[in-house]
Design a protein around this ligand. Structure first.
Ligand SMILES: N[C@@H](CCC(=O)N[C@@H](CS)C(=O)NCC(=O)O)C(=O)O
Length: 220
C-alpha cells in the first residue's frame, strides 16, 4: 500500500499517540525522524510545517496538521472503522472530549514544564522550584484522572479510545519522576491495558522504545 500519511516524529515523544492511532487504523504511513539533539525541530524547514517547532506533525497529502490531540481526533474521524472515538453527539463523546482536552492542556502541559523547566525559566536558579511545583500539580491531575476513571474498563467507559492511548503515553513520561503516575491504580490499570495492545506495541517497536519493566517507585 502507498503511504498516505507522513508523520514527523522522534522516539518517545508525543508522536507516540498519533502513530498508535495509525497502527490501530491499519493505515500505511511514512515516518520522518527529527534529530532532537541537533534541534532539527526548531529549524526553518520544519517550522514551515509546525510553526511552534514541536513534535509531532502529520502531513496528509497537501494538508498539514499539528497538535497531538488534534491529529488524533482528525485520524479518528477519517477512520471511524478503527472505533477509537465514541459516536458524535453522545454523552460518551462529551466525556471523550473532556478527558482528551484535560490530558493535552493540563497534564501534557504540566509534563512539559517538568521535563523542560528551561522553557519557562532559562535561569537554572529558578528551575528546581518550578519543577517541584509542576510535580505537585501533576500528582493532583493524575488523582483527578484516577477518580474519573473509577471502575471503568477504559478512560471513557467500556470502549477503548484515543484517551487510553494518550494516558499510556503520558504515564510513560512520568517514569523519571520521584513519584510516578503508577501510584494511581485506575490510571495504571488502564495505561497498562492500552500499552499491551498490539498497535501500541508495534508503535514502540518502530520507535525503538520500551514500556518500563518496572516503575522505579512502585512494587514489581
Ligand atoms: N502541544 C503540543 C506539544 C508538543 C511537544 O511539546 N512535543 C515535544 C516532544 S514530546 C517537543 O516537541 N519538544 C521539543 C523539545 O524538547 O525541544 C502537541 O501536543 O503537539
Amino acid at each position: 500500500m502507498t503511504a498516505m500519511y507522513t508523520l514527523y516524529w522522534a522516539p518517545g515523544t508525543a508522536a507516540m499517540a498519533p502513530q498508535t492511532v495509525l497502527e490501530e487504523a491499519g493505515q500505511p504511513y511514512e515516518m520522518i525522524r527529527l534529530d532532537v539533539a541537533a534541534r532539527e525541530h526548531e529549524q526553518p524547514a520544519y517550522r514551515k510545517l509546525n510553526p511552534n517547532g514541536r513534535i509531532p506533525t502529520l502531513v496528509d497529502g497537501d494538508f498539514v496538521i499539528f497538535e497531538t490531540a488534534a491529529i488524533c481526533q482528525y485520524l479518528c474521524d477519517k477512520h471511524p472503522e478503527a472505533d477509537l472515538a465514541p459516536p458524535a453527539g453522545t454523552r460518551e463523546r462529551g466525556r471523550f472530549y473532556q478527558w482528551l482536552t484535560y490530558m493535552t492542556n493540563t497534564v501534557q502541559a504540566g509534563l512539559i514544564d517538568w521535563w523542560h523547566p528551561d522553557f519557562t525559566f532559562p535561569e537554572p536558579a529558578h528551575q528546581a522550584a518550578f519543577k517541584a511545583r509542576a510535580e505537585e500539580k501533576l500528582m493532583r491531575n493524575f488523582g483527578v484522572l484516577d477518580a474519573g476513571i473509577g471502575g471503568n474498563r477504559w478512560v471513557t467507559g467500556d470502549r477503548h479510545t484515543v484517551c487510553d492511548i494518550y494516558l499510556a503515553m503520558l504515564t510513560r513520561w512520568t517514569r523519571f519522576m520521584p513519584r510516578t503516575a503508577w501510584h494511581f491504580p485506575n490510571v495504571r490499570r488502564v495505561a497498562e491495558a492500552a500499552a499491551a495492545r498490539p498497535a501500541f506495541q508495534r508503535m514502540m517497536r518502530k520507535q525503538g522504545i520500551a514500556w518500563p519493566q518496572r516503575w522505579p517507585d512502585t512494587p514489581a
